[in-house]
Every structure is written in structure tokens, then in C-alpha cells.
Design a protein around this ligand. Structure first.
Ligand code: PMP
Length: 405
């Protein structure tokens, strides 16, 4: 792995390939002109980034150097927890936990916490890369049943399957879904209701790439656990937020094999301080939540997310096929991650597009992922991207299509 990383850096320094085509995020424009469309980690809103920078100029310690048991940090921790609860309207019967290990940590933590026995069943709705990855990890720890949303004709994930009673074992410990498939660009703008006879089963939601961008009806939708790795909409890598309904906690609920750092009950009883939490990252999430509150909260944020994505989908849909996007069902199109290709994936034009974007400071549209380069470019429009910035990309896409169509 280390060798692989070195190779990428060396490639960037020595090759004649244009840096834009290697996924470089450092175009030769003034820093304030750079627009980061990366799928995460990515930039936070400018005001939040300024607040982070200012925290380093304060005299005294930054939260990077604060003991996690010091009163100064406890104040930060309590503030962050309280503002998340307020902004996301999380009821009192839910606990908020910060964990290490990212989204992948939660892929393992979920079955280990909610399935006491290896033979317990969990139902996974798989409609994209990340729900598939969550399901694959869970298979190590419990009996998994899958509701597969793959399009049988194309072999691609472009839809969300119907959740029918027949497909959900009534004994299932939970039903798992991903509310925004970051790679595939499929989003549930509201959580689905389980069939009436299955509403006793807690819903588990991977909201890593859409948390804070729309309201959640916690009780009404039967949310049992929701988790979000921080590095897209709310902060930096190294921190994951878990929201868990308190009746799912309890001494003997988890598998005896569940590691302490992942055990929801242990961490809840220890007030998020069973081991050393990511102190600085927690403070940053607090800054972000304060910002969201100042911007009018989650409902106003959803309006912004709709507007940002709409300007881009409009360009794609009105381009007479110059641009394509894989999810034709508009109800499921992601507002967070917009996959698009150029003339059906024309390599030369795509490279030209990426270089021209990079020269204008627009970066992160093609990133390297563990799943390869992928057929589509992707514009990610998290909280760090403004409406004006989304419009800049849309304007450029329109011009590019006119010049090259
Ligand atoms: N779930 C979703 C929806 C994601 O987008 C990602 C990361 N891109 C993950 C899980 C995995 O998170 P991590 O890399 O923090 O393990």
C-alpha cells in the first residue's frame, strides 16, 4: 500500500500526464478560486474552515492537544452533541456516539451490536457499492438475507428495490439500507416505510454521504441506528457519528465478540470517553453544526441541496445526449453525488473536459477509488459547495457542450 501511494506521488511529479488526469486537487489558480467537487474527504464551508484556522491562532491549546477528560474538552463534546441533536431534531430516546473506524468500522459494528448470536438474521437492501460492501462485511458476523436492487438486464445499480413483506424475515434483527449511494448516485430523499407487519424491525441507515442534507423522521421511520462517517458533509476523516435508539442498548445485546471500541452500550455508558475520542474532529463537527444552524437548519439546507443539484441535472437533461447520467428515475437521483459522462464516455473529450475544469479551479470530478476510475465523472455537492459554485460548473458544462457537441 505504501509503495502504491509513493507510486502515485511519483507519477504526479515525474509523468508528462496532465495532473488533472491523475486526480490532482491543486490547480494553478488562486486558492480561493478552487472548487472542490471531491466525493470525500472534501472541503467544508468556507466559514467553518476559517473558524478551524482561527482556533489554531488562539492562545492556549487547540482541541488537538486537549486531554479528552479535561473540562475544556467536555464543554466542546457537550456542545457538539447538543447542536447535532438540535439541528437534526433527534429525540431524547436516541443516544449519540462518536466512534473510530469510519463507515467500514460500522459495517462490522452493526451486526456485532445488534446480533447477539452468529445465527441471528439481518436483512440488507443492496442497491449500490456501499450497501454491498456493508452486507459483505456483515456476513462475517451474522446470517444475512439480501434484497437485491441490481437491474437484472444491465447488471447495474440504478434503482431502489421494493421492500415487500415476503422479502423481510419477521425475526430479522434489523433492515439495513444506504440512504445515499455515493458511487452510484442513488438517493432516498425520504426514508422508506417498512411493510406494516415488519415495522417492529429497526431500520439501520448508512447516511455517510447525506447526513444533515434533509430532515429525518426518526420515530416515524422506525430508525434504530443511523451512522455517518464525517468526511463528506460534517467534518474530517477519523470520526464517525452513530445515532442509536436507546432500547437497542443493553448489557447482553451485543455479540460477546464485539470489541469494546465498537460496543455501543459500553461507549454510551462511558459518555463517549471509553477510549480517547477524536477530539479535534469532534470540535469541527460542532463548528459545522453551528454553521448549519446559522444557515437556517436542516430544512433550509435541503432547499440548497435541491437547488445545487437541479442546476446540474438541468444541464445534463437539456444537453441532447451530450451528457448522460445513469439514474433515469428522477425521484432517486442523488443531490449529493451526480455521476455524468460525456458523449457516452468518449475518452478524449472526457480528458479535455477534466483538464479545462482543472485549469478553472474545478477539481475532484474524477477521483481514484478502490473500485477503479469508473465509467462516470462525479460532481459531489456536499455542504462545502455553494449554490454559486454549483452554478459555475453548470455554466462551464453548458459552454463545453456548445463548443464540442
Ligand atoms: N458508506 C458510504 C455511503 C460511503 O460513501 C463511504 C465512503 N465513501 C463509506 C460508507 C465508507 O466510509 P469509510 O471510508 O469512512 O470507511
Amino acid at each position: 500500500m505504501e509503495a502504491e501511494i509513493k507510486m502515485n506521488i511519483n507519477t504526479l511529479e515525474s509523468t508528462s500526464t496532465h495532473p488533472a488526469l491523475l486526480g490532482s486537487l491543486s490547480p494553478s489558480v488562486a486558492p480561493e478560486k478552487v472548487i472542490n467537487f471531491s466525493p470525500g474527504p472534501t472541503s467544508l464551508p468556507k466559514a467553518v474552515e476559517k473558524q478551524i484556522a482561527a482556533s489554531f491562532n488562539n492562545s492556549g491549546f487547540t482541541s488537538l492537544a486537549l486531554s479528552h477528560r479535561a473540562p475544556e474538552f467536555l464543554k466542546i463534546l457537550n456542545h457538539t452533541l447538543a447542536t447535532i441533536r438540535k439541528v437534526m431534531e433527534i429525540p431524547d430516546n436516541y443516544e449519540l456516539l462518536f466512534t473510530h473506524g469510519g463507515g467500514h468500522g460500522q459495517f462490522a459494528a452493526l451486526p456485532l451490536n445488534l446480533c447477539h448470536h452468529h445465527s441471528d438474521t439481518a436483512t440488507y437492501v443492496v442497491n449500490g457499492t456501499w450497501s454491498a460492501r456493508g452486507r459483505d462485511e456483515a456476513q462475517k458476523y451474522c446470517n444475512v438475507e439480501t434484497i437485491d436492487g441490481k437491474d437484472k438486464r444491465t447488471g447495474n445499480y440504478t434503482n431502489f428495490p421494493v421492500l415487500s413483506e415476503a422479502d423481510i424475515d419477521p425475526q430479522s434483527k434489523y433492515v439495513y439500507l444506504c440512504s445515499n449511494e455515493t458511487v452510484n448516485g442513488i438517493e432516498l430523499h425520504r426514508l422508506p416505510k417498512l411493510p406494516e407487519s415488519r415495522r417492529h424491525i429497526p431500520l439501520v441507515v448508512d447516511a455517510s454521504s447525506d447526513f444533515t442534507t434533509k430532515p429525518i423522521d426518526w420515530q416515524g421511520d422506525g430508525v434504530g441506528v443511523l451512522f455517518a462517517c464525517a468526511s463528506k458533509n460534517i467534518g474530517h476523516p477519523g470520526l464517525t457519528l452513530v445515532v442509536i435508539r436507546k432500547d437497542l442498548l443493553g448489557k447482553d445485546k451485543a455479540s460477546p465478540l464485539c470489541p469494546g471500541v465498537f460496543n455501543y452500550t459500553i461507549n454510551s455508558e462511558a459518555g463517549n470517553l471509553w477510549n480517547t475520542p477524536a477530539t479535534f474532529n469532534i470540535e469541527v463537527v460542532g463548528f459545522l453544526m453551528d454553521w448549519l444552524e446559522r444557515q437556517g437548519g436542516v430544512v433550509a439546507n435541503e432547499r440548497r441541496c435541491i437547488a445545487k443539484s437541479q442546476v446540474l441535472y438541468n444541464v445534463i437533461d437539456n444537453s441532447n445526449g451530450f451528457y448522460g447520467t445513469p439514474v433515469s428515475n428522477k425521484v432517486l437521483r442523488s443531490r449529493m453525488n451526480l455521476p455524468f459522462n460525456i458523449k457516452g464516455g468518449d475518452q478524449q473529450l472526457t480528458d479535455k473536459f477534466l483538464i479545462k475544469c482543472w485549469e478553472r479551479g474545478m477539481v475532484g470530478l474524477r477521483t481514484l477509488t478502490p473500485f477503479g476510475v469508473g465509467d462516470y465523472l462525479r460532481a459531489s455537492l456536499y455542504n462545502g459547495v455553494t449554490e454559486e459554485q454549483a452554478t459555475s460548473l453548470a455554466d462551464f458544462m453548458r459552454c463545453f457542450a456548445n463548443e464540442n457537441g
